[in-house]
Design a protein around this ligand. Sequence first.
Ligand code: 6R9
Length: 666
Amino acid sequence: MPDNETTAPSLENLLHETRAFPPGPAFAAQANAQPSLYEEAAADRLGFWAAQARELVTWSTPFTQTLDWSDAPVARWFADGKLNAAYNAVDRHVEAGLGDRVALHFEGEPGDTRAVTYADLQREVSRAANALTALGVTTGDRVVVYLPMLVESVVAMLACARIGAPHSVVFGGFSADALRSRIADAEAKLVITADGGYRRGAPSALKPAVDEALAPKDGQPATTVEHVLVVRRTGQEVDWTEGRDVWWHDAVEHADAFHEPVQVDAEHPLFILYTSGTTGKPKGILHTTGGYLTQAAYTHKFVFDLKAESDVYWCTADIGWVTGHSYVVYGPLTNGATQVIYEGTPDTPHRGRWWELVEKYQVSILYTAPTAIRTCMKWGEDIPAGFDLSSLRVLGSVGEPINPEAWMWYRRVIGGDTAPIVDTWWQTETGGIMISPLPGVTATKPGSAQVALPGIVADVVDDEAHSVPDGGGGYLVLSEPWPAMLRGIWGDLQRFKDTYWSRFEGLYFAGDGAKKDEDGDIWLLGRVDDVMNVSGHRLSTTEIESALVSHEVVAEAAVVGAADETTGQAVVAFVILRGEHADRASTPEGAQEVQAELRNHVAKEIGPIAKPRRILVVPELPKTRSGKIMRRLLRDVAENRTVGDATTLADSSVMDLISAGLASTK
Ligand code: 6R9
């Protein structure tokens, strides 16, 4: 945590929120969750998890141990059991006679569609698993998946799981450089990609980024990647490296449709997913099989009140994020759900596309992010009003705090004033939902994630790790190990311990500020570290600063997340130009040119989502005596507030200099 910064997040307005929406009696009567679930879990927490693991997951070798915490903070759950995640997500439903049930209703952005049943999925995943094996991938090898939202993306992940090869999905919006560092860190043997995908009405290329990521650079050692498997989606031209590149349709479509899943230990790695930390280097969050699958299935069943035989579920997240892992792939499929997956953007070809899909597929459970809801609010409620949304019966929110205004709009305009909203707090690291109301049980409150799920123990503590009383604020911690918890950071156990377990003895520190209201309900207040949340995506200030500083004109950079009505936070960068380039920003045109260059540079280094919304060229940055940048003061500037207490600055005139400079360029 940066010193001299205020750590208590302020969203005081939230605490005046007093509305509550108790569950309707009809909903409560049919709900999967009953109030007794909390009592059951509290009476015997480990027994409760063991029961969930036995009921929701099929084991080839049943486990006898529930939790081994002797090597804390690395947990072992159900460790002597064996299972296969893809078998659980696919085959067992076919064996149970549900082969004809649609698993995926795929909708491409151009309007092409495909309904994939569980029996289809079993054949596809088996073929892909055989193809991966033929390409030399075996149990334990890492596979990087860099794909748009396609049926093949789900198939690729499950094929990896089927042979016990941990996948590492890299969001298709990330740049070649970001992809390169993730491939290198995971020492991946294979990359699965596509020629491109459709975005905003046009094909958008992916393969060139893979080619670039695998090309030798700066004398770096040769890549560990042996093959690139390429899905043909858009049909656009691609460069081809003979011997390395293989078309998916050549390798997979002709492969045998039978494959025996590899039964792995419960603690066998299922996937690595990179996420931004407080330093420039992304963290490879490691998840294993048995506990992760148990919690993904359990939370999906109870938090969304899933009735697999009748619901149509749609989670709008991309598979490149953890939400896509747990609530597009592993949770819903393990539960035998029917779901929608959509390739494109919400406003292509028109701003009603999502609502058109809800009507078309009769979606009954929708899980999305506050940023999407705020965007729809901005577009106007007449757009959703043009579609029949009456099939919706549960609405979910994830990724950032949802402000009460957006919550109320979501409930009224999308949920017809009846569908319960579940505001689900969790992280890449937690693997599954941790804090959320339970529909049918909890009286929901706009803006609050409220209560730890049965089986989960969360608290809000002060600086000294003391639990705060109701009405108090502090840091969110998780006090007991949970099945889907991360098992470490890939290749860096010490960083795992330092990041999450060193702040408070024996407690997992999530990095979020939180408050308990008078009922003891939890309100999340955003990150207390240098991680920003832009449209629900985690971005590290340090990572973007490093990208800016890597440009030849930049001497120094400081990045802050400024509150933004639509995206939650927006990236605002303050840069000092190198002396020889300083005069480039002296005219408005010159400044604009530099800003555009830098924005594109960040897009190239990290990805378009990391592009700063604003770049302000400044003569100095506010620093403490120990040399730490006081981002709090820059945030004041970025949010057009009066600049706060600057007395701990090494040079207190710096803020005047910055403010004066900005005023003159307005
Ligand atoms: C699932 C996911 C995790 C961070 C987390 C917190 C924020 C997520 C939230 C929420 C308030 C919610 N966050 N859900 N804040 N209310 N319902 O988003 O994972 O990308 O790792 O981000 O997102 O700050 O610490 P991830």
